[in-house]
Write a protein that binds this ligand. Structure first.
Ligand code: SAM
Length: 280
């Protein structure tokens, strides 16, 4: 048996360190190792893989990830967890590294040690979406992402065109990755339980992930189109080029953003870039 498996149960570890969940850090803990092991399986990581885990908290998901044989770099913002997590580092026998700091500020390439790395996290709700956008559009590309979100956010990431959940997040996520909801997790699985259910999303970066400049253009056109999602494209895109822009992208200017698929938005981003260069 490994030393990680010899550690006291998570509830005991929390009690021993006098730790309670803090709302301001979005803390809802998974203390059931059956659930954290299932997430680690869904992440498909194992010996030789490097995993960046955001927000290890009491370390339940971290323990499950370590059990797979993966190397874990855990980034935790809440200083109160230092001693508890250092015990886990000790028990890991050199396979875990703890970084105390804000994941929004982290340099993932550096955390990954120069090689590829997977991201696995039960994300703090308050920063889940900004972190996802950072990983999807930033200069560093993760090998995979396995992330817990509020169910409603998970549905928005994986949404298909023509549905009310389809919006900017779906377009950015699906232009850069294959995105699927792989597990529903009821609110009662967390300590303390949040008000709403959660779900795990798995994102696999596409080989043809758009380059940073194309992603910037995609962000601009989706912001305009979905900023006024009930309007026709010719109106919502007015400031960017209106009807001629929609036509140049092969889109119906009378269509609404909700009905345009990801390929359509990429054409729109390219047409906008061409239009601006022409004006340049
Ligand atoms: N992984 C643990 C689990 O599953 O039980 C805790 C998950 S809890 C939903 C979110 C964790 O992220 C907390 O430990 C919280 O302190 C941490 N956190 C919140 N904001 C953070 C940030 N900006 N950077 C790093 N960690 C953060």
């Amino acid at each position: 048996m490994s030393a990680v498996q010899d550690l006291p149960p998570l509830r005991e570890a929390l009690a021993a360190h006098g730790l309670m969940a803090k709302k301001s850090f979005g803390q809802h803990f998974l203390l059931d190792l059956n659930i954290t092991r299932k997430i680690a399986r869904l992440a498909e990581v194992g010996p030789g893989d490097v995993v960046i885990e955001v927000g290890p908290g009491p370390g339940g998901l971290t323990r499950a990830l370590l059990e797979t044989g993966a190397k874990v770099v855990a980034v935790e913002k809440d200083e109160r967890f230092r001693a508890l997590l250092e015990e886990l580092v000790e028990a890991s026998g050199g396979t875990m590294r703890l970084v105390l700091g804000d994941a929004l500020e982290a340099n993932e390439a550096e955390l990954a040690g120069g090689g590829p790395a997977h991201i696995v996290s039960n994300l703090p709700y308050n920063v889940g979406t900004p972190l996802l956008i950072k990983w999807l559009t930033g200069p560093w590309t993760p090998a995979s992402l396995t992330l817990m979100f509020q169910k409603e956010v998970a549905d928005r990431i994986a949404a298909a065109p023509g549905t009310s959940a389809y919006g900017r997040l779906a377009v950015i996520a699906q232009a850069t990755c294959e995105a699927r909801v792989v597990m529903d997790v009821p609110a009662r699985a967390f300590t303390p339980p949040p008000k709403i259910d959660s779900a795990v999303v798995r994102l696999l970066p596409r080989a043809d992930r758009p380059a940073p400049k194309r992603l910037d253009a995609l962000q601009a056109v989706t912001a305009a189109a979905f900023g006024q999602r009930r309007k026709m494209l010719r109106a919502s895109l007015k400031a960017l080029g209106g009807e001629p822009l929609a036509v140049a992208a092969g889109l119906d200017p009378q269509a609404r953003a909700e009905t345009v698929d990801v390929a359509g938005f990429l054409r729109l981003a390219d047409a906008w870039t061409t239009l601006r260069q022409g004006r340049g």
